[in-house]
Write a protein of this length. Structure first.
Length: 150
């Protein structure tokens, strides 16, 4: 699995509107927070994405892109965003190739894991958080970035 200090793999993945997101092209001027989650509309994932969305504008102002990734298709992401008033981009990875690329699948079961990555503008991984049920650990990453930018 990738770890802090490694070069983050570049990728092209469609978002909920079919627009391709490329890490090397579409990240923020300071970098990208890329968070992988199992799926839309599940209790823990919904809480996580809504809480991340609450930090989206402040992070964007400070040069950070915030992007979620799940195996859900575009139509489901669109409905999810509409239902919860979400602004951040949600990438669609139905074949889980991006999950595999970043090592975010449970071995053997191939179930998506909840992992957050902080990648700087040079695509170097600064931080990795893997916590399936403790979304607070993921939120602390955003809080640190916002504090560092003040």
């Amino acid at each position: 699995m990738l770890k802090p200090g490694d070069q983050a793999p570049d990728f092209a993945c469609p978002d909920e509107r079919g627009r391709l997101f490329r890490l090397c092209r579409d990240g923020g001027s300071r970098g990208t927070v890329l968070f992988f989650y199992p799926g839309d509309f599940t209790p823990i994932c919904t809480r996580e994405v809504c809480r991340f969305n609450a930090s989206w504008a402040k992070l964007a102002e400070r040069g950070w892109a915030l992007v979620g990734v799940s195996p859900d298709p575009p139509a489901r992401h669109e409905l999810f965003k509409k239902r919860y008033g979400l602004s951040l981009r949600l990438l669609c990875d139905p074949d889980r190739s991006l999950f595999r690329l970043y090592g975010c699948l449970v071995p053997v079961l191939r179930w998506p894991m909840r992992v957050s990555w902080v990648v700087n503008a040079n695509q170097k991984i600064l931080e990795r958080v893997h916590a399936e049920f403790r979304i607070r650990r993921h939120e602390q990453v955003l809080e640190r970035l916002l504090t560092e930018c003040e």
